[in-house]
Design a protein around this ligand. Sequence first.
Ligand code: EPZ
Length: 417
Amino acid sequence: MGKLIIRGGNPLNGEVTISGAKNAALPLIASAILAPGEMVLRNVPRLKDVETMGMLLQHLEARFLHDGEVRIDTSTIAGIDAPYDLVRTMRASVLVLGPLLARMGEAVVSLPGGCAIGARPINLHLMGLEKMGATITLEQGYVRAKARRLKGASIYFDMPTVTGTENLMMAASLADGLTVLENAACEPEVSDLANALNKMGASIEGAGTTTIRIEGVNRLNPIDYAIIPDRIETGTFMAAAGITGGKIRIKACRWEHLDAIIMKLTEAGIEIEKDGEDIIVRGPERLAAVNVKTMPYPGFPTDMQAQFMAMMSIADGTSVITENIFENRFMHVSELMRMGANIIIDGATATVKGIPFLRGAPVMATDLRASASLIIAGLVARGETHVSRIYHLDRGYDAIERKLRALGADIERAKES
Ligand code: EPZ
């Protein structure tokens, strides 16, 4: 397993180009199951999770190639199962459930099992498919779903679910009749998927709002499609520039996907301005303490909570961070405390008392965004920080240490001793 060695103290300067969004790429790759023929996806990041989704499609006997762009051909698809050994490494594998059911009439998908940041059940995905006429049985840790042809239904989500909305939007695209999703997730990645599905011939209205209407069609055709940039990678680099007091230009990002992130980072004293299609970020001498609550989009994203907490650990004052989406997304706290951070957890709330500086230390990554949080802390800590178990990081960031080094960070990858 690898680790990152970071020597703190260098303000970041220069420009960085954002990669395609992981959480847009994964559902879009799954959507190829709905449309036989060659599909091309561009701006797809080189990530472990993208590789895993590709392996899953190959397991289903589809063709998957990632050289520059992603080329998929599901004409030959014959499998209907997503095995445990793949699903347990990437919960987003559940995104093949809706497309397989719609295309093949049957799907056998392993239940994802536990995850570091929370139980993350898929009951809402299954509820929706049952309303659309699927018979769902659970057998030895697998979901078996069957439906000769799904039929349109009205579905209300008890809580907004991103992949639940995506799964049902894909299933409904080939269903018979109208499906209405209420209390749907509004994330930009949901809208990107809807845009692609409509280009494939689907009839979807309202994506990006809490009510999405999908009129089923008989056939979808493969497309050539460029995915949106990664708003969480963008926010991560903004936080890295903010905490190190640097000045960076961020290219290939989308200002309109970043409202809550820009609001909160600006409140913390970071200067953020639009320059054409780019964003210029300038970090202050010292950050101001700011409270934040994670919420479904367009609220402050849970995927930026750990990175924001790293910033607040050396801010001037005390900040209160509330995690409303996942029940166990504070595992970076104990690692930040090894670096001297002063944080008290009480249920879903972490109270962060800003200190003058962090000290480098050996720390362990526990999940994808916790890894980013520890890197951000290491960039500003006094001394050397070793972040171990960075396989978590490689799932969701495309060559982040190369990008950070190009901005002047003293960071290198090494073998874990
Ligand atoms: C997506 O996960 C993202 N992953 C996550 O990004 C992100 O943190 C999350 O949305 C929230 O924004 C992908 O898009 C591949 P949810 P997802 O269903 O869809 C509960 C990252 O770091 N829930 O929106 O799995 C669930 O437990 C990853 O890139 C149910 O109870 O999240 C959670 O508390 C991490 N039943 C809440 O809803 C269900 O059937 C939101 O989960 C589904 C969800």
